[in-house]
Design a binder for this molecule. Sequence first.
Ligand code: SF4
Length: 72
Amino acid sequence: MTNPQVKCSVDNCEYWEEGNNCSAEVIMIEIDRHAGASLPQQKGGQQYDTSHTDHAEDTRDTCCHTFEERGH
Ligand code: SF4
């Protein structure tokens, strides 16, 4: 399986690079309600979860859980 190129406009994220490119080894998308959740797996310091699932009504309900503010 080939991973998609991730384009992201959040330029204050540690993993953001010029051209709106995400450099994270793995990114985890969550529903907003779980944005602060602690996830059970890690790769390159980035948390993710391969088992639990959620349901979003539309794009406004989703967020990037991997976001890390630059400089923190
Ligand atoms: S980790 Fe998430 S917020 Fe950060 S650059 Fe990648 S997609 Fe954007």
